[in-house]
Design a protein around this ligand. Structure first.
Ligand SMILES: NC(=O)C1=CN([C@@H]2O[C@H](COP(=O)(O)OP(=O)(O)OC[C@H]3O[C@@H](n4cnc5c(N)ncnc54)[C@H](O)[C@@H]3O)[C@@H](O)[C@H]2O)C=CC1
Ligand SMILES: O=C([O-])CC(=O)C(=O)O
Length: 310
């Protein structure tokens, strides 16, 4: 069977970490592409030279030329600037909008059948920009946010209970911003609702920490933002597509009436498989949960309104 081809645009922290996880999982051959000369080439070669030690087989190519990305099955877009302390993801809008536009044009030219997974922030709006620029159907353009936000919430719950990280399941809905919506009611530890195990005020503190999870890392690092958990989260989505796993994952999906929203990207649970976003799952929400989701959607919508001026 021919190996799959994964292109990662942006060979910075998130891009290189995605390449690392994807190579370790033998998801396919990898092309790392960046505007900076030498960085993708150096990181790709260095990572490939780990193959004999780690025992994975993947050809990893670094390049500045989109010709090398031709006929990719999946393209991950991480190109753009990251925030520093004191900034919000929304402050990245003007710069990253232009980058995502130009990158998407090149991606489409060389890989007209690819699935595009957007990572660049502000995530929901950048995914919208990639959709509109690509002209691809919405099932082939989606964004990574919910897997990461849910992983953070899962981490905090597992630490609180002193149990395996694997045994906590949850999902976070809404935009990838401070008003994202961690769904406590759908959060379980070994199948037990966490509300039966953890006092309400401790849960509220973990919800708040999840919402600010990105900023917590930014404030430690000072020079940029998180990349290990983001890289792993992206690769889980890439794997779901390439192996047609039909995973239920929270992703930024294009909504056309689901949950009452139209023409917007928002984090929702969806079935991710060989057809990309195969189905958005509409679950029942309480009035409080829906109000929180509306608030988050309004934040995304406000940012989208700026797009025509950019
Ligand atoms: N959706 C999410 O949950 C997450 C999103 N992010 C976002 O991902 C983006 C990347 O973050 P990092 O990798 O940490 O930043 P970074 O600065 O380490 O890497 C970004 C790379 O993009 C490259 N680049 C810039 N313009 C380009 C272009 N036109 N074509 C190709 N490459 C280009 C840069 O040269 C740099 O190597 C940021 O916007 C960040 O906010 C980061 C973590 C999680
Ligand atoms: O916080 C940031 O700027 C990067 C990001 O999206 C995250 O780590 O959740």
């Amino acid at each position: 069977m021919k190996r799959k081809k994964i292109t990662i645009v942006g060979a910075g922290n998130v891009g290189a970490t995605c390449a690392h996880w994807a190579a370790a999982k033998e998801l396919g051959n990898i092309v790392l592409i960046d505007v900076v000369e030498g960085i993708p080439q150096g990181k790709a070669l260095d990572l490939m030279e780990a193959a004999p030690v780690e025992g994975f087989d993947a050809i990893i190519t670094g390049t500045n030329n989109y010709e090398d990305t031709r006929d990719s099955d999946v393209v991950v877009i991480t190109a753009g600037i990251a925030r520093k302390p004191g900034m919000s993801r929304d402050d990245l809008l003007a710069t990253n909008c232009k980058i995502v536009q130009s990158v998407t044009e090149q991606v489409v030219k060389y890989s007209p059948n690819a699935y595009i997974i957007v990572v660049t922030n502000p995530l929901d709006v950048m995914t919208y920009v990639a959709l509109k620029t690509s002209g691809f159907p919405p099932n082939r353009v989606f964004g990574m946010s919910g897997v990461l936000d849910s992983a953070r919430f899962r981490t905090f719950v597992a630490l609180e209970l002193g149990i395996s990280f694997e045994d906590v399941t949850t999902f976070v809905m809404g935009g990838h911003g401070d008003d994202m919506v961690p769904l406590v009611r759908y959060t379980y530890a070994g199948g037990i609702p966490i509300e039966k195990l953890i006092p309400a005020e401790r849960i509220a503190a973990m919800v708040e920490r999840t919402r600010k999870g990105g900023a917590e890392i930014v404030n430690y690092l000072k020079t940029g933002s998180a990349f290990y958990a983001p890289g792993a989260s992206v690769v889980q989505m890439v794997e779901a597509v390439l192996k047609d796993k039909k995973r239920i994952l929270p992703v930024a999906a294009y909504l056309q009436g689901e949950y009452g929203y139209h023409d917007i990207y928002l984090g929702v649970p969806a079935i991710i498989g060989g057809g990309g976003v195969e189905k958005v799952l509409e679950i029942e929400l309480t009035p409080e949960e829906k109000a929180a989701l509306d608030k988050s959607a309004n934040s995304v919508r406000k940012l989208m309104e700026v797009l025509p001026q950019l």
